[in-house]
Write a protein that binds this ligand. Sequence first.
Ligand code: SAH
Ligand code: SF4
Length: 354
Amino acid sequence: MLEKINLLNLNEKELGELVVSLGMKKFYGKQIFNWLHKKIVRDLNDITNLSLKDRELLSEKAYIPLFNLLKHQVSKIDKTEKFLFQLEDGNTIETVLLRYKDKRNTLCISSQVGCPVKCLFCATGQGGFVRNLNVSEIINQVYTVERRLVKQGTNLNNIVFMGMGEPLLNLSNVSKALEILSNENGINISKRKITISTCGIVPSIEKILLEKIPIELAISLHSAINDKRDQLIPVNKKYPLEDLHTVLQEYQRQTKRRITFEYILINNFNVSENDANALADFVHDFDHVVNIIPCNPVEGTDLERPSDKKIDRFVNFLETVRKVNVTIRREKGTDIDGACGQLRQKTPKKTVTK
Ligand code: SAH
Ligand code: SF4
């Protein structure tokens, strides 16, 4: 028997083609897209303006995938929520909902099961790599949480690809997900409100430019000195800082978008004046903002967060002496391991492939 088609993997055009191939009228494609991606229905039977016959026809060939919510934790400190979702093949991913005082909600989503980059300071990377997420698995993180928020009378406002995985190693699925999420006939989250965070996969950034994929970029820099960055982010050996700088200059020349640079502060490693100067020199040429993230402790490493005094000294130097635009990322969800870089599938360990 042929496998059923996962409807959330299809963009509006592909859905239109499917509908026609089933002998239904073409304009139903647009309507069904709206039910799937705007009303975010869970069941094809909820598409009430389709005839029973058409609903049956569609259900024979296709389905709406749903996640199994294995675990849901809510931070007592700041109401951050962490979701552990089980995918169809049994793998699990984590998604984090960040709630801000101004009532805005940001969803931090995953792009891979695990991550092949293996950054020294990152729990996901240390846990190994299983596979890329498909389009439906990327957008279903958004829809599953949005359904809950709608019931609470609120909505998602921003999306950041800062969960598990390196989005630019799964570029085709990530960019298709972006296209679907920003479709006006769907959930319609503006592309400007969706940020992709990357450790700096240079060929993918070149591809983004070549194909003119509109993307808001955040670059995980963490050190602007190659020797040190090599130790933190192994792919820096392949795509060193000079190459990253060049491609980002081209990105900003073409897109005129501000670039966010993320910089984790690790005690006794990248917090000296020398480190601050290298960072300032690197970002100087860009319309930039540097997001400082005091390192979160990760099991199995001895990397530490610097003292508040050292953090202040670093930030002050950047701001006042080097005129760098700096923001400090407040830690969120630390009591539920929901903070940056702490995501890692803890249950279940088993991986099943169909
Ligand atoms: N792979 C992408 C996106 C996921 S990581 C990337 O690396 O950018 C999301 C963010 O969490 C990155 O900025 C990453 O550097 C940060 N992060 C990872 N481990 C961390 C830790 N132990 N403490 C603080 N931030 C961490
Ligand atoms: Fe992967 Fe990002 Fe973690 Fe590095 S920081 S291992 S790129 S998820």
